[in-house]
Design a protein around this ligand. Structure first.
Ligand code: MN
Length: 232
């Protein structure tokens, strides 16, 4: 049977130091997973269960090491924000995954930006509406090459940071995640069966803020490298 329209290209993220790529199936994101960021968003960072939202797989913008990739300033916002995050790449199918086994499901890790139309996100949030217009738009998920866990291990601590035009805006440590990577996988897999190709953006530390056309945003996680974009 023929497709009646050409199938969309498979979104994929390069694997670091290799000619290979990691095909993306879904993008899950954790909200408010660092206490100081939860406070700056107006929330009480108690250890209530993590909550999740999604971006479409084709929101990824792969950014190779050593280059600055142009990303378009999105439409219908005047408050476009950066959020730097540790990204988990899932390599094994599973649901109801136990915390103790969760790292077996991780193929690798990357650095990602959960780019956000903050004005729309807050307006939707305050009306109890879904967040898609604020979070799930085109090019909203720039991401570095993926470092395989088989070579880079499973980072549980290490510096996570972001600069705008060379000025540090976000700085934290993976050890400050309210819900660790294994705990996040355990929670998420109660609601969705995870498959190879799924990405999980694990949340951002404090210091989120607006960016403008022409700004260069660079972010990194210790041991995983960094990525840079320029807002066009
Ligand atoms: Mn985020």
């Amino acid at each position: 049977m023929n497709h009646v329209i050409p199938p969309a290209p498979q979104p994929a993220v390069p694997v670091a130091d290799s000619g290979d790529s990691f095909p993306v199936r879904r993008i899950y994101c954790v909200g408010r997973n660092y206490a100081a960021h939860a406070r700056e968003m107006g929330s009480d960072p108690t250890r209530e269960p993590p909550f999740f939202f999604c971006k479409p797989a084709d929101a990824v913008v792969p950014v190779a090491h050593g280059i600055t990739k142009e990303v378009a300033y999105p439409s219908e916002t005047v408050n476009y924000h950066h959020e730097v995050e540790l990204v988990v790449a899932i390599g094994k199918r599973g649901s109801n995954i136990a915390i103790a086994n969760a790292l077996e499901y991780v193929w690798g890790y990357a650095v990602g930006f959960d780019m956000t139309r903050r004005d729309l996100q807050f307006a939707l949030r305050d009306k109890g509406r879904p967040w898609e217009l604020g979070k799930a738009f085109d090019q909203s998920a720039p991401i570095s090459p993926i470092v395989p866990a088989s070579s880079g291990g499973h980072p549980a601590h290490g510096r996570i940071w972001l600069t705008v035009n060379g000025t540090t805006k976000q700085e934290g440590d993976l050890a400050d995640l309210i819900w660790s990577v294994p705990e996040t996988i355990a929670h998420l897999s109660k609601y969705f069966e995870l498959f190879p190709g799924d990405l999980i953006f694990t949340g951002t530390p404090e210091g989120v803020g607006p960016v403008l056309r022409g700004d260069v945003i660079t972010g990194g996680v210790e041991g995983l490298g960094e990525l840079s974009i320029r807002i066009a």
